[in-house]
Design a protein around this ligand. Structure first.
Ligand code: ADP
Ligand code: MG
Length: 453
């Protein structure tokens, strides 16, 4: 036996690991053993079922490794039993499986940074998130194969981070040695900047390019002109992983084509796999989510309380969770064990107070922000001109007044040049419906809201 045989075998494993998806590597390669090397022939122990795969996918790798170590072509002879041999890979080390060998000797260890509380099992499916859920599950079950990349987008508090972590946690359950990394795009930017400063870019490359699954949250923060160098590195990372069929999952608050100031070639790549949006849960789904979350509290939630709550939080599950925490605090303080609608109201009021104690949103403030944003005057907002951009601005302002303040419809109408309450309601529904399908309007409105808070 040549002394170079173990290194030769390890080289085959490395090349195979680079070429194949983790799942394929684990299935077809990890159990294989080099039994002996004789003349120009490598005797490789395999499960008989796997011979075709080796013949079609791995013989070029065996040839390459042969040239590298022995300066000659090495051909493979497959053996289906190994009674008479002690495999090369086990002769001089305690390392037994191919995967372990790679991990211990070649790849730096990483921490996945997954949130262990987020699973598919505690994510409630419903209208709005069903397709994103299915896509995430498919990806978790066949990483690198189902959709690559998977791009999930939608408004805040709708479960994007939850699904992203659920993917990672599921892959780890199936394959505890999978190399997974969860991070926000913001963290990627920070890492990039740090490594540039410390002149350790090679480390960063190592860290990201040998992953099996890369989960990047809130990728919209990469979309800035000033970040073109980071985008470049992200582009390279993306390509390196994608070329090796490694799974990439991205989330964002908007669709790829709405990521202005993100390089075109990145936008294009984000669309290579599957893009799936999440929209706010409908009433039934909200009820189901509440029922699931209240299991963790020891209070009685009568049906009318649940329905009332479901009516109060219609666009952000995170806020709903916050309200439940508040409710339980108040219930604890009052030493009651049944949660009434009144108690819910009290909890919601106290949430509103803490948020509004920073700034009280007035109709005047809304009109000011909207007029600035759309470049129309406050007089025009209150007036009757039917020019398209003025009409839109006016409707957005009425919509926001209805959403962000407690003023009645007639009062809002009055502040908009003495309009009827039905006009306000019409504007409200018009914008609410449009926002459901029009991504740019949704982002415009979110931007204005941010300015108001
Ligand atoms: P996003 O990343 O879209 O802003 P998150 O994933 O952080 O939202 O979700 C906010 C909170 O709401 C999390 O605690 C998450 O577990 C919960 N949540 C969101 N959607 C669901 C759902 N469909 N079922 C159960 N919990 C959910
Ligand atoms: Mg998130």
């Amino acid at each position: 036996m040549t002394t170079n045989a173990p290194q030769f075998w390890q080289r085959i494993l490395t090349l195979a690991h680079d070429k194949l998806a983790q799942g394929a590597f684990d299935f077809f390669v990890a159990d294989a053993r080099l039994l002996k090397l004789e003349g120009d022939t490598a005797f490789i122990f395999l499960d008989k079922l796997k011979i075709n795969f080796w013949q079609t996918n791995l013989e070029d790798i065996i040839l390459t490794a042969g040239w590298e170590y022995f300066n000659k072509p090495i051909k493979a002879e497959y053996v289906f039993h190994m009674e008479h041999y002690q495999p090369v890979s086990e002769q001089n080390s305690s390392v037994t499986s191919g995967t372990e060998m790679l991990e211990q000797k070649l790849l730096p260890t990483i921490s996945s940074d997954l949130n262990e509380h987020y699973h598919f099992s505690n994510f409630i499916q419903g209208e709005g998130n069903r397709w994103a859920f299915s896509a995430a599950l498919a990806v978790a079950e066949s990483p690198g194969i189902a959709y690559n990349p998977l791009f999930i987008w939608g408004g805040p508090g709708l479960g994007k981070t939850h699904l992203l972590n659920a993917i990672g946690n599921r892959v780890l359950e199936e394959n505890p040695s999978a190399r997974i990394k969860y991070l926000t795009a913001e963290e990627f930017i920070n890492e990039f900047v740090t490594h540039i400063r410390l002149k350790t870019m090679d480390e960063l490359k190592e860290k990201f390019r040998y992953l099996d699954v890369l989960l990047i949250d809130d990728v919209q923060s990469l979309a800035k002109k000033s970040l073109s160098a980071t985008q470049e590195e992200f582009f390279n990372t993306f390509n390196a992983l994608h070329a090796r069929n490694k799974q990439i999952v991205l989330t964002s608050d908007r669709a790829p084509n709405q990521l202005n100031d993100l390089e075109k070639r990145l936008v294009t790549r984000f669309g290579w796999g599957l893009t799936q949006d999440i929209t706010p849960p409908d009433y039934e789904t909200r009820i189901a989510i509440i029922q699931d979350k209240i299991q963790h509290y020891s209070y009685v939630f009568p049906q009318d309380t649940i329905e009332y709550l479901a009516g109060q939080f219609d666009s952000n599950v995170r806020e709903l969770e916050g309200a439940l925490k508040n409710i339980s605090l108040i219930a604890k303080g009052k030493q009651v064990d049944t949660i009434t609608v009144d108690l819910v109201n009290e909890a919601i009021r106290s949430i509103k107070q803490t948020t509004t104690s920073i700034s009280v949103i007035t109709i005047t403030a809304i009109q000011e922000q909207v007029s600035q944003f759309y470049g129309v005057t406050i007089k025009e907002l209150q007036g009757t001109k039917r020019v398209q951009n003025i009409v839109l601005a006016r409707q957005v302002a009425m919509f926001l007044a209805r959403e962000l303040t407690d003023f009645s419809l007639p009062k809002i109408g009055k502040e908009f040049g003495g309009r009827d309450h039905s006009t306000v309601l019409h504007a409200y529904h018009k914008i609410k419906d449009t926002v459901a399908t029009d991504d740019s309007l949704r982002i415009e409105i979110e931007t204005i809201k941010k300015k108001l808070r």
